[in-house]
Design a binder for this molecule. Structure first.
Ligand SMILES: [Zn+2]
Length: 88
């Protein structure tokens, strides 16, 4: 059950490899928006919060602000240390 196809990219120009800094630019080969993730051509699983799971098992933490507003900052206090950003 190996799904490692990092060197068999059929696209032209070829997609970035999982080791490239622009690895997220790879084509999406399987999108599951209802589950919040997409499988890229280079084997990376890209999550909607910009976190990534690399083919070799490494995990990349979310590193870009999501486009949707934060629904409930209290859900994740570690990532939202500022509780009241607008002191009137
Ligand atoms: Zn590709």
């Amino acid at each position: 059950m190996s799904v490692q196809r990092t060197t068999t990219c059929p696209h032209d120009p070829p997609c970035p490899t999982p080791n490239d800094t622009d690895r997220e630019a790879a084509r999406i080969v399987a999108a599951h928006p209802e589950q919040g993730w997409s499988l890229l051509c280079n084997g990376i699983v890209l999550f909607e919060d910009t976190g990534e799971l690399l083919p070799d098992g490494r995990v990349i933490d979310p590193h870009r602000p999501v486009q949707t507003p934060v629904r409930n900052p209290a859900q994740d206090p570690a990532r939202n240390p500022v509780q009241n950003p607008t002191p009137a």
